[in-house]
Write a protein that binds this ligand. Structure first.
Ligand code: MLT
Length: 312
């Protein structure tokens, strides 16, 4: 039997509920991916997984809370590309990704879509670029706060189109999409795991997907390259983290459970419906995830600096 906290070495781990922190609102893409894998991971681990949404500041509030949590394997963070962009965007972040977190494994890499409220005038991505150039101060761009994937994609759009837009931050792109469908905001760049349903239902206008190839589940949506904005390419990779110092044995058990979830038929099918696929098993490992994080921290620091965006 466990010693109550999974033991110093993690031998009896897990022997109580595990909290998965989602640093954005419920109903958004990060929440969706987390809830997809939580059930099969819980089955493999033999413990209940409770998903907790800890919103704010583009995901950095939730990430900070996990960085400071007990390193016992009972607090796990689901985060995405924002883990690698935040250090270049926040002067006082309160955590260092490579030092304050242990990596468990990569989960999935999700295409983004440039979507607008359905009665927004521009018909194509080129029309959108022309429209924002002519009306820059008046066009509103939704995102989930500085450091969110939607913020990064918006930054890349503005840099590629040579415009500056009025950004409207939300606690997640779940609520942002609700406002987009309601016509309260003009457009957004968000992940297919959130926008696919509304695109297929005709509730939002889809200009492009931000991947080199079209997304199988959205066959009629052109790529940004086909639509004339080839520089706008970004995919949102996701990974699971634990506080630094979590016992290796515990990390290994979490990584094995993650691999099992990513091989689960229901997860594969649900991800396919939402425009994405699980990473291959060799990437759902602590080292592969750490290598990806290391490379992405360098990549985005340069892109963000080149875009003239300073940490604030
Ligand atoms: C979300 O889960 O709400 C999104 O990932 C937020 C974002 O990063 O844009």
């Amino acid at each position: 039997a466990g010693s109550g906290n999974g033991g110093a070495t993690g031998g009896g781990y897990p022997d109580k509920n595990i909290t998965f922190v989602v640093p954005f609102s419920a109903g958004g893409p990060t929440d969706t991916v987390t809830r997809m894998i939580a059930e099969p991971m819980a089955a493999k681990l033999g413990a209940k997984i409770v998903v907790q949404n800890v919103e704010g500041a583009g995901g950095t509030v939730g990430a900070g809370e996990v960085a400071r949590a007990q390193p016992d394997g009972y607090t796990v963070l689901m985060h995405h590309i924002g883990m690698s962009t935040a250090p270049a965007l926040y002067k006082d972040l309160g955590y260092k990704p490579l030092e304050d977190f242990g990596t468990v494994g990569l989960v999935t890499e999700v295409p983004m879509t440039v979507v607008a409220r359905k009665d927004f005038a521009p018909a194509t991505l080129q029309d959108l670029v022309a429209h924002v150039k002519a009306n820059a101060g008046k066009v509103t761009l939704a995102n989930a706060g500085i450091g969110a994937a939607s913020h990064l994609c918006g930054l890349l759009f503005q840099s590629a189109a040579g415009v500056k837009l009025q950004e409207v931050p939300y606690e997640g792109t779940g609520p942002a999409l609700t406002d987009l469908v309601g016509g309260q905001v003009d457009f957004m760049c968000d992940q297919t795991t959130n926008t696919s349903g509304q695109i297929s239902a005709g509730e939002v206008k889809a200009y492009a997907v931000t991947t080199p190839e079209r997304v199988k589940s959205l066959p009629d949506v052109p790529t940004t390259a086909e639509a004339g904005l080839p520089k706008l390419q970004v995919s949102v990779w996701h990974g699971l983290y634990v506080p630094a110092g979590t016992p290796q044995e515990v990390v290994q058990k979490l990584s094995e459970a993650l691999k099992a979830a990513l091989a689960d038929r229901a997860v594969v099918d649900q991800m396919a419906k939402l425009g994405t696929t699980p990473v291959p098993a060799e990437d759902a490992t602590p080292q592969a995830h750490r290598d990806k994080l290391q490379e992405q921290l360098g990549t985005w620091a340069k892109v963000i600096a080149d875009a003239g965006v300073k940490a604030s």
